[in-house]
Write a protein that binds this ligand. Structure first.
Ligand code: FAD
Length: 521
């Protein structure tokens, strides 16, 4: 039976990852009575929708959920279905899919492992939940209330700033890293526990935050909010310089629907947000440009000179995520050292780092260093006017090069990760391993924010697209700085700012032209 789509709403949101969910939540809280429809290209995986798949206790069910997030070329093997193998052997993580082509032009670095998730909750159903605050040049200096917005982002994501403090060896790891890196740093840039979007239920079980936490009960129980899964938005409708709705396809029957809206928010990730704008004929000069990925390297050590704990029953080989035994320490980015260090006990790396021996839990430490990119206008995703992708949208192609400065930063990050490793114990493997471009899963800049409409940005400080009234963009793609830390908290913070702007305009009716336009319908 075909579904009923609304013909008119106050706000249409495209994409249900953490940033689209943040718009729904803030609008629910601050724009009472506003009708909100959220359209998501992918399927709903969980109840409540948008839950982190790590919270699915049954392994087979979790594998199915990951596979269903991987679009039209799923690779996660389940009991029922075989894995798709990528002949180019790019790093691909469960719950994500890679661009099948167009990720690297001849003679360029490209971003071979550039990935996306297509499901309710987006990548936020699969992420590691690390939520550091940006510092120094990572910060967006023209957003005056950034810290307050980040505080709201932490509330929405349910961030705990001291998770797993009692993990085995957490203190040892932090103290050794602090001795190596803290000298001369201000307090907020010193080595510290990594804030994580995780909480403990009353029965003691861990709950990892996904979009479900961002939506919260308040959004789920909002009678004026509706989530449409398997409903990709084809384009934004623009009339007289303002967004007036979206065209959405219902994948259950293939029908297309026009949904008129007073405000439209596109939160469809760093590749597909500019894609939706491009498909809508919204093509500002900076669209898709200043694309930046965080070059990432990993290494591992075995902690030396530590007393073994009583909890040595757990065999950590093959663990690829943070567990209760592990915990995470954070070596923050600074302008002097423009990289971000994430130090996780056990093997939390995407590649297996541990050999045949069974290490004591927590005594193997995985290190991941992420570098800030030297931003260039020429680094971009461009879209075809004639060819389409697997979803019938304009086909993307990545144009991307690392600069001399990037190679210097990577060399310095390598020295830094070696210093960290030496301070902790014995190396496992000979040297740090550089992952292929895109493995960071953090892509920024393609609809970047700017203080003025000067051709170097797509939206202004409230995330409203220059020259298209009522159209907002959200996601890591809005971040204009060469951020090296995990970006989701910052993106959610910027989404809070945009949602508040819409709520204010809805409340005051300040945009009379928009109101008049919707009343004409
Ligand atoms: P997404 O979560 O990517 O959601 C975008 C949604 O838009 C998707 O569901 C997609 O299907 C939908 N969409 C796309 N096109 C359309 C369309 N045309 N119509 C309708 N819907 C559409 N970040 C951190 O900060 N810390 C971490 O520790 C961290 N670890 C990660 C680990 C893994 C394994 C992965 C995969 C990611 C990790 N990330 C991490 C990245 C983090 O998940 C993303 O930054 C975050 O999810 C971005 O949120 P978003 O809402 O902008 O986009």
């Amino acid at each position: 039976m075909s579904r009923t789509f609304p013909t008119h709403v106050d706000v249409a949101i495209v994409g249900s990852g953490p940033t689209g969910a943040a718009y729904a939540r803030i609008l629910t809280e601050q724009a009472r009575g506003a009708t909100i429809a959220l359209f998501e290209a992918g399927p709903v995986l969980t109840d409540p929708p948008g839950m982190h798949v790590k919270n699915i206790a049954d392994l087979d069910e979790r594998l199915v959920a990951q596979r269903r997030s991987e679009g039209v070329r799923p690779h996660t093997a389940t009991k029922e279905e075989a894995a798709y193998s990528d002949p180019s052997k790019r790093v691909v993580r469960p719950g994500t899919s890679l661009l099948p082509e167009g990720f690297q032009e001849p003679g360029e670095d490209g971003i071979p492992a550039i990935a996306m998730s297509t499901n309710v909750g987006g990548m936020g159903a699969h992420w590691t939940c690390a939520c550091p605050r940006p510092g120094d040049a990572e910060r967006i200096d023209f957003v005056p209330d950034l810290d307050e917005l980040i505080g709201e982002g932490e509330r929405l994501l349910g961030v705990d700033r001291h998770p797993f403090d009692d993990a085995p060896y957490a203190d040892v790891v932090r103290e050794r890293l602090a001795a190596e890196f803290d000298r001369g740093r201000p307090e907020e840039r010193r080595v510290q526990p990594m804030p994580l979007a995780v909480h403990r239920r009353d029965d003691g079980a861990l709950v990892w935050s996904g979009a479900d936490i961002v939506f919260g009960d308040v959004t789920r129980s909002n009678p004026n909010f509706a989530l449409f899964a398997s409903a990709p938005v084809r384009r934004v409708l623009v009339e007289d310089g303002r967004a007036v709705g979206v065209v959405v396809r219902d994948l259950t029957d293939g029908a297309e629907h026009e949904v008129r809206a007073r405000y439209v928010v596109v939160a469809a990730d760093a590749l597909r947000t500019p894609q939706v704008l491009f498909a809508s004929g919204i093509r500002p000069k900076a669209l898709g440009r200043y694309l930046n990925d965080q070059p990432q390297m990993v290494f591992a050590v075995r902690l030396t000179d530590v007393a073994h704990t009583a909890e040595e029953q757990h065999d950590p080989r093959g663990d690829t995520a943070i567990t209760e035994q592990s915990g995470v320490q954070w070596v923050p980015y600074t302008d002097a050292d423009p990289f971000h260090g994430q130090v996780m006990q056990l093997d939390a790396s995407p590649i297996p780092l541990v050999g045949d021996d069974v290490p004591a839990p927590g005594s193997i430490v995985g290190l991941g260093w992420f570098c800030g990119k030297d931003l260039q206008e020429s680094d971009r995703v461009e879209f075809s006017d004639t060819e389409t992708d697997d979803y019938g949208m304009p086909k993307p192609r990545i144009r991307y090069r690392l600069t001399e400065r990037d190679h210097e930063t990577i060399a310095r990050a390598r020295e830094s990760i070696l210093r960290a490793a030496r301070s902790l114990g014995e190396f496992i493997g000979d040297e740090p391993l550089m992952l292929s471009g895109g493995a960071s899963l953090h892509y920024q800049g393609t609809t970047r924010m700017g203080p003025a409409d000067d051709g170097t940005s797509v939206c202004g400080p409230t995330s409203e697209v220059w020259g298209v009234a009522g159209l907002y963009v959200a996601g890591n793609n809005v971040i204009p700085t060469p951020i090296a830390c995990n970006p989701t908290l910052t993106s959610v913070a910027l989404a809070v700012g945009g949602a508040r702007d819409i709520a204010r305009r809805l409340a005051t009716g300040s945009d009379t032209a928009l109101v008049a336009a919707s009343e004409r319908e």
